[in-house]
Design a protein. Sequence first.
Length: 174
Amino acid sequence: EYAQRWGTFLRHPELHDLLERHGKKLVFLPHANAAPYIEAFALPPCIEVATAEKTSIQKLFARSATLVTDYTSVAFTFALLRRTVFYYQFDRESFYGGNHNWREGYFSYERDGFGPVCFNQQELLMQIRRFLENGARAEPEYLARMEHAMPDVDGQSCERLFKEIVNIRQPYAQ
């Protein structure tokens, strides 16, 4: 189902028309477990397939306007970059219903997510169209969530982290 649903979306003519009209390119970075089966997705040649072994993920993220994902925590990287995330969760009932290792936690995609949650392909295409027609900018609601989740983008994160590691054995002071 994963390969079928993602493949159908990635081959959709409306998606390719949107990308062409807005001068965007699609790069597909399959999950590491799915990468060996990339042929099953039957992707058109206009889609670039990236893999962790052959691609600098940091460079890919830096040049990406948005992320379309399902449940991955990579969305937090895009929040830090202040880039919209589209959650394509066609299998949520199955995903949280015991067919996967995951259980719902504190993070609600609808309440806390960094972009729209879509349960079917048409909804996802509509949201992407809206995003591109809006100049590929994050909507204020999602931007506020990004800023709340990842507030410190001042270039000093490494220094703060280093200080915390150095002081790890100190009692926690509030």
